[in-house]
Design a protein around this ligand. Structure first.
Ligand code: FES
Length: 157
């Protein structure tokens, strides 16, 4: 028997508690706000609390539960350096040092002009290309002294 989408939603929805439904709405709202601002600005969360008539503390406790939401402005380019074992062994630390020297930010920081946020990440599954980093959606592999200028250029574009 094949269920129609409405039936599935109805069946699932009937099993959700009011709190789960409210959280679902909030997560969707957070995603929309973050899409627009690149993070969750305080004033937007205040506005949301007012519109949904829920305490601001509930808004924050829900948002902080999920690692995908940010509370400070993020860079236009998100640079994630893999620090998994293979990348660590093959020079991820040096990659971080060079990016820190070039952009003046450490792990978890964003440049003042909001051009770039530097982060570390666990293995992203490209160990054969270690050391690896991502610049937004693009993967840069086998980062060495020769590749670094190109990567820096890519971040600045
Ligand atoms: S350890 Fe870096 S991609 Fe796997």
């Amino acid at each position: 028997m094949t269920l129609m989408l409405e039936e599935i939603i109805g069946a699932v929805s009937g099993k959700l508690t009011e709190d789960q439904k409210r959280r679902g709405v909030l997560i969707h709202a957070f995603q929309k706000i973050q899409e627009e601002h690149n993070y969750l600005p305080e004033e937007e969360l205040h506005k949301l609390a007012g519109e949904l008539n829920v305490p601001l503390s509930y808004i924050y406790s829900t948002a902080t539960f999920y690692k995908q939401f940010y509370f400070t402005p993020r860079g236009r380019k998100i640079v994630r350096v893999c620090t998994g074992t293979a990348c660590h062994v093959r020079g991820a630390g040096k990659v971080m040092e060079q990016l820190t020297a070039e952009f003046g930010v450490k792990d978890g920081e964003t440049t003042e002009d909001l051009a770039m946020t530097l982060e570390t990440v666990g293995c992203i599954g490209c160990c054969g290309l270690a050391p690896v980093a991502t610049v937004n959606e693009d993967i840069v592999g086998e980062i060495d002294g020769k590749k670094m200028p190109g990567m820096i250029q890519m971040i600045k574009e």
